[in-house]
Design a protein around this ligand. Structure first.
Ligand SMILES: CSC[C@H]1O[C@H](OP(=O)(O)O)[C@H](O)[C@@H]1O
Length: 350
C-alpha cells in the first residue's frame, strides 16, 4: 500500500502523552484526547474511545509507559510496569491483543532491566518497545491486505461487519486493508458494511473510513445481510477478529456468527483477517474465550435516544464466537490459513 492512504490514526504518541482519537464521537466530530496517565488509557479502552483489538493493545502498551514513567529506581520501575500491565489487563476481556501487548511490555522491561542501563535509558527503551508494537502493526496490516486482496477479483461485492479498519489498528486495518489496496491498484470492489448494532462501528467507523478513502461502500442494517446475499450481490465476506482460538474458532463483534451462518447458507466464502498477535494458541476452543457483556444502556438508549422501555431486561454481549467450520480461511501477515486450523495455525508460530 502506498503512503497516499491518509486515514485517521487511532492513537498518536506525542511528546510524552498519548493523543487518542475519541471514536465515540465519529463520524460527526474528530477529537484527539491527550492522555497522560494509565488511568486515562484504561478508561478510554473500557468506554470504547479507542477500540479494535490491535488499537487496544497499542494503547495499553503506551499506558504501561505512562503508568511507570515517574518511578525513581529501576526496581520500583520494574515493579510498576508489572502493576500497570495487570491494571490495564482489566479494561476489557475479549481482545487477546490487549494481553499480548501487555505481556510483551513486561518481558521487554525485564530484559531492559537486566542490561544495567540508567533508569532514564531504561524508560526510553520501554517506550521504543511500545512504538515498535505500533509500527509493526502498520506493516503487518499491509501484508494482510496483500494476502486478502489475492482472494478478490474486480467488481466483486464484499460484505464486512463492525470495523476492522485503520481505526481499529495502527493503520490500514485488517479486514479493510484489501479495500484500500484494491483502490490503489484500480481494482473495483463493492463493499457492503453492516451498521453493527448496538455501538454502530460499521455505520460510524467503517462507512466513514471507506467513504473518506473513496471506496464504494453501501451501508446496510445488520438484518439486511441475508437479503443482500440472496440477491447475489455478495461474493465474499471478510471480518476482523478479537481472538482466534487454537482450533480456529473466532471471537468477533456480536452478529459475526449470524453473518457466517448466512454466508455458509449462500455458498459465500467467509474470511477472517488478523495478525498473529490475535491468534491465541493458549485458548483451545471458542468456548474458552471470555465474552464481554456491556451495559443495557448501549442497547436501550444508544447515542442518547431511548428506544426501549425503562427497566426492560437486556442481554448485551459485545462479541460472539463463530465455530471454525464456518470459516473458509484466516488471513494473516504470513499468509492464508485454511483447515485443518489446529495444525495450520500452530505452523504459523514454528
Ligand atoms: C481489527 S480488530 C477489530 C474488532 O474489534 C471490534 O470490537 P470493538 O469495536 O468492540 O473493540 C470488532 O470485534 C472488530 O472486528
Amino acid at each position: 500500500m502506498s503512503t497516499t492512504y491518509a486515514g485517521l490514526q487511532s492513537v498518536i504518541w506525542n511528546d510524552g502523552k498519548l493523543d487518542l482519537l475519541d471514536q465515540r464521537l465519529l463520524p460527526e466530530e474528530i477529537v484527539y484526547l491527550p492522555l497522560t496517565t494509565s488511568e486515562d488509557v484504561w478508561e478510554a479502552i473500557r468506554h470504547l474511545k479507542v477500540r479494535g483489538a490491535p488499537a487496544i493493545g497499542i494503547s495499553a502498551a503506551y499506558g504501561v509507559v505512562l503508568g511507570s514513567k515517574d518511578e525513581q529506581t529501576i526496581e520500583g520501575w520494574l515493579e510498576q510496569v508489572d502493576k500497570q500491565a495487570e491494571y490495564l489487563a482489566t479494561s476489557r476481556p475479549t481482545a487477546v491483543n490487549l494481553f499480548w501487548a501487555l505481556d510483551r511490555m513486561k518481558a521487554a522491561a525485564a530484559a531492559i532491566a537486566g542490561k544495567g542501563m540508567s533508569l532514564e535509558d531504561s524508560k526510553a527503551a520501554l517506550l521504543t518497545e511500545a512504538i515498535a508494537i505500533q509500527s509493526e502493526d502498520e506493516e503487518t496490516n499491509r501484508m494482510i491486505g496483500e494476502h486478502a486482496l489475492s482472494l478478490f477479483k474486480n467488481d466483486m461485492g464484499v460484505l464486512t461487519h463492525c470495523n476492522a479498519g485503520g481505526l481499529a489498528t495502527a493503520k490500514y486495518g485488517t479486514a479493510l486493508a484489501p479495500f484500500y489496496l484494491a483502490l490503489e491498484r484500480g481494482i473495483t470492489l463493492r463493499v457492503y458494511a453492516d451498521e453493527t448494532r448496538p455501538v454502530l462501528q460499521g455505520a460510524r467507523l467503517t462507512a466513514f473510513e471507506l467513504q473518506q478513502a473513496g471506496v464504494d461502500v453501501t451501508l446496510i442494517c445488520d438484518n439486511m445481510a441475508g437479503m443482500v446475499m440472496s440477491k447475489g450481490w455478495v461474493d465474499a465476506v471478510i471480518v476482523g477478529t478479537d481472538r482466534v482460538a487454537a482450533n480456529g474458532d473466532v471471537a468477533n463483534k456480536i452478529g459475526t456468527y449470524s453473518v457466517a451462518v448466512l454466508a455458509k447458507a449462500h455458498g459465500i466464502p467467509f474470511y477472517v483477517a488478523c495478525p498473529l498477535s490475535t491468534i491465541d494458541l493458549n485458548t483451545p476452543t471458542g468456548a474458552e474465550i471470555p465474552i464481554e457483556e456491556r451495559s443495557a444502556e448501549e442497547v436501550t438508549e444508544g447515542f442518547g435516544k431511548r428506544t426501549a422501555p425503562q427497566g426492560v431486561k437486556v442481554f448485551n454481549p459485545a462479541f460472539d464466537v463463530t465455530p471454525n467450520e464456518y470459516v473458509t480461511a484466516i488471513i494473516t501477515e504470513k499468509g492464508i490459513v485454511q483447515a485443518p486450523f489446529e495444525e495450520n495455525l500452530r505452523k504459523l508460530f514454528e
